[in-house]
Design a protein around this ligand. Structure first.
Ligand SMILES: Nc1ncnc2c1ncn2[C@@H]1O[C@H](COP(=O)(O)OP(=O)(O)OP(=O)(O)O)[C@@H](O)[C@H]1O
Ligand SMILES: [Mg+2]
Length: 322
C-alpha cells in the first residue's frame, strides 16, 4: 500500500510540474503575442519619460484592445494632428483608463479627430452606438495648478493634493453632464448628454463628417430677431423652469447648428439658490443684448431682463427623456 501511494505522490508531482510548465509556456506565448501585437507606437513608448507606464504589460493589453478605436488620435486618421506632446498632455494614464471604460461600455467606439482645444478641455469627434459623438476630455492638470502644486506637494501637512485636484475635475465634469440633462429635460436646445466617466464627457455631436458646426460668433444670421427671441426664451426657460442660469452665455458658447442656436459649455451653470445666480443672470442677458444690438436690432437690457423673469411659459412642460 505504502508503495502505491509513493507512486501516486511521484505521479502527481510530475503532473503538477507538467501542468505548471504548460501554464508557463502559455503565459510566455500570451506575452509574446501581446508584444507582437503592440504597435510601433506603444513600443516607442518604452523609453519615453512619463509614458512608460503604457508599455507595462497590463496596460499594453488594454491599449491593444482600444487602439483601433483610438487610431484617429494616434495620427493614423485623416488628421495628422496629435503629436506626442499633445498626446501626453491629454491622455494620461487615468484618462486612457476612462476611455477604455467608455469604449468597453459601448458609449464610444472610436475617437477620430480633435475639434477644439480649450483652456479646460480638448473636444474630439468620435463615434458611438448610434452615430457621431463629441468627446470632451478635461485636462487633469493645468499650468497654473502645476505651478502651485510644487509649493504644496511634499509638505506633509497637505498630502494628496493631486488626487484632490482630479476629484475636483471629475466633479466639474459630472456637473456639466447633469446641467445638460436638466436643460434637455426642459426641451432646451443643448447637445444631448450621452455619458460621463471621470474627466470625460460624451455628448451629441453638432457638425458634419469633417467639421463641427460654427459658433454663433462666427456666422451672420439671416433673421437676427428670431434668433434673439429664441435665445431670450432659452434664458427664460432655464431660469423660470429649470431654475438654472448658464453663467457664460456668450456667442462663443452657442453653436449654429441646423439653422438654429444650440447652447454648449454648461459646466459653470448654477442653480438659482447659488449666491451669485442673479448676478450671472444679469450678465448672461447683457451678453445676449449686446449680441443682438451688434446684429442690428434695437434691444434694451431692462426690457430683456423683464422678459426673462416674467415671460409667460405656461405652455412649457418637462419632457420625459430617454
Ligand atoms: N457637442 C459638440 N459638437 C461639436 N463641437 C463641439 C461640441 N461641444 C463643443 N464643441 C466644440 O468645442 C469647442 C469648445 O467647447 P467648450 O466651449 O464646451 O469647451 P471649453 O473647454 O469650455 O472651451 P473654452 O475654454 O474655449 O470655452 C466649442 O467651441 C466647439 O467648437
Ligand atoms: Mg467654451
Amino acid at each position: 500500500m505504502g508503495r502505491r501511494s509513493d507512486w501516486d505522490d511521484e505521479l502527481s508531482k510530475d503532473t503538477k510540474q507538467r501542468r505548471h510548465n504548460r501554464k508557463r509556456r502559455k503565459m510566455n506565448a500570451d506575452e509574446e503575442f501581446i508584444d507582437e501585437e503592440s504597435s510601433k507606437f506603444i513600443r516607442s513608448l518604452d523609453n519615453t519619460k512619463g509614458s512608460s507606464w503604457m508599455a507595462e504589460k497590463r496596460y499594453k493589453q488594454m491599449f491593444n484592445e482600444i487602439e483601433e478605436g483610438l487610431s484617429g488620435v494616434l495620427g493614423d486618421g485623416p488628421f495628422e494632428w496629435v503629436d506626442r506632446r499633445v498626446f501626453d498632455a491629454v491622455f494620461d494614464r487615468l484618462t486612457l483608463l476612462s476611455l477604455y471604460k467608455l469604449m468597453k461600455s459601448g458609449i464610444i467606439d472610436t475617437l477620430d479627430f480633435p475639434i477644439a482645444r480649450g483652456k479646460e478641455a480638448h473636444v474630439f469627434h468620435g463615434t458611438g452606438e448610434s452615430g457621431p459623438v463629441a468627446v470632451k476630455i478635461f485636462h487633469t492638470s493645468n499650468a497654473v495648478f502645476k505651478n502651485l502644486v510644487q509649493y504644496i506637494e511634499g509638505d506633509p501637512r497637505f498630502g494628496g493634493l493631486k488626487r484632490r485636484h482630479r476629484d475636483l475635475v471629475d466633479i466639474w465634469v459630472r456637473k456639466e453632464f447633469r446641467n445638460l440633462s436638466r436643460l434637455e429635460k426642459w426641451g432646451l436646445a443643448v447637445p444631448k448628454p450621452l455619458g460621463v466617466h471621470k474627466n470625460i464627457l460624451v455628448m451629441e455631436y453638432l457638425g458634419t463628417d469633417v467639421a463641427p458646426s460654427p459658433r454663433l460668433r462666427d456666422v451672420k444670421v439671416n433673421d437676427a430677431k428670431a434668433v434673439y427671441e429664441e435665445l431670450l426664451e432659452f434664458l427664460a426657460i432655464s431660469w423660470q423652469k429649470a431654475n438654472m442660469v448658464h453663467g457664460d452665455f456668450s456667442p462663443y458658447n452657442i453653436m449654429w447648428h441646423g439653422d438654429r442656436p444650440v447652447v454648449i459649455d454648461v459646466g459653470q451653470a448654477v442653480v438659482q439658490s447659488h449666491p451669485k445666480s442673479q448676478e450671472f443672470l444679469v450678465r448672461d442677458v447683457t451678453r445676449l443684448v449686446e449680441w443682438a444690438n451688434k446684429a442690428g436690432l434695437e434691444t434694451d437690457l431692462a426690457e430683456a431682463m423683464y422678459d426673462v423673469l416674467e415671460m409667460d411659459l405656461s405652455h412649457v412642460e418637462e419632457k420625459i427623456v430617454s
